[in-house]
Design a protein around this ligand. Structure first.
Ligand code: PPE
Length: 308
């Protein structure tokens, strides 16, 4: 896989620092104990200029994640909002991924994070198609992971915390090394949860199904977007406990996420899903999603945050 595409500056605790100089100490608390929370946001170029998709919702989730971990972000909501936009502008980018990270910095070591300073960085970079260049059109081959998703009252899934991705990495590495693009984790009850970096949907007989928050999913902003757009298009969307085998017999299955956008799944565990290609409902939702983010339809939900 290609390395990260470097931009010019990273916002570090209120200052722009040249990309290569954005460094921290090796005894930073977060590096040892995963005491960090983050967001992943996309800025899209449209005919009317660049827009950050659902920026306020992402920042809300960042503050929620920090709250769960008793981290007080030393900036206001509006300061983070402006800093995200300024980082894109300062880097001269029109379309990119935005990664704010809030972490416990250097002070003391040991599990107790309370005395460590809370630091904030915001990086932006150009990020192409998350699950490969052809994924959006052709779909991806995935497997059900042998790893179970983080469980209730352990590592809390409503926080988008770095620690969650220890589990995510096990799921992702297994899938990649077995020759798949992604792994789907089941929750501790054995119901479908989500991918290592995506929420999941299944379509059967015209009805759209997706796991409810009970299944230890991240409350995805793309998931919410797709639910709203699907209902608007007249589809019935049910949030349910989804048995694993329901995926195999579904007509269509797809992932959603900021990075993955809406990615069709063409096989699971070497079983062909539906016709083994992007299905009509997935295609329709992609069309609605992409025309929304490109500003081709009215922004009725106020999801497009102008960059300038
Ligand atoms: N579940 C997980 C575990 C997850 O990491 C993401 C986002 C989602 C669901 C979808 O959430 P949302 O982006 O709000 O629709 N994963 C981010 C990080 C990917 C990465 O490799 O890092 C992302 O898509 O930005």
């Amino acid at each position: 896989m290609a390395g990260i595409k470097e931009a010019k500056y990273i916002w570090m605790n209120g200052e722009f620092v040249p990309w290569k100089e954005a460094k921290i100490h090796v005894l930073t608390h977060a590096l040892h104990y995963a005491s960090s929370v983050f967001e992943g946001i996309r800025c899209y170029k449209t005919k009317k200029g660049s827009f950050v998709f659902r920026l306020k919702d992402h920042i809300k989730r960042l503050f929620d994640s920090a709250k769960i971990y008793r981290m007080e972000i030393p900036y206001s909501f509006d300061e983070i909002l402006v800093a995200c936009k300024r980082t894109v502008i300062e880097n001269g980018l029109e379309e990119c991924y935005i990664r704010p990270l809030v972490f416990r910095g250097y002070h003391s070591l040991g599990v107790n994070p309370l005395d460590c300073p809370v630091e904030v960085v915001i990086a932006v970079w150009e990020w192409g198609k998350y699950l490969g260049p052809e994924a959006l059109e052709k779909g991806v081959d995935v497997m059900v992971s042998s790893w179970t998703r983080i469980a209730p009252n352990t590592v809390p899934p409503l926080a988008k915390a770095s620690g969650n991705y220890a589990n995510g990495q096990l799921i992702k590495m297994e899938a990649i090394l077995y020759g798949f693009s992604e792994g789907i984790a089941l929750d501790s009850m054995g119901f479908v949860s989500e991918g290592s970096g995506e929420n999941i949907f299944a379509v059967k007989d015209g009805v759209i199904y997706t796991p409810f928050l009970d299944a230890c999913i991240l409350p995805g902003i793309t998931r919410d977007t797709v639910i709203k757009l699907a209902r608007e298009a007249g589809y019935e969307v049910r949030e349910v406990m989804l048995p694993r085998e329901f995926l195999y017999i579904a007509d269509e299955v797809f992932f959603t996420g900021t990075a993955a956008e809406i990615t069709p799944i063409k096989s699971i565990d070497k079983m062909i899903i539906g016709k083994g290609e992007r299905g009509p409902v997935t295609k329709k939702l992609q069309e609605m999603f992409f025309s929304y983010i490109k500003g081709e339809v009215p922004d009725k939900y106020g999801w497009l945050e102008p960059l300038k």
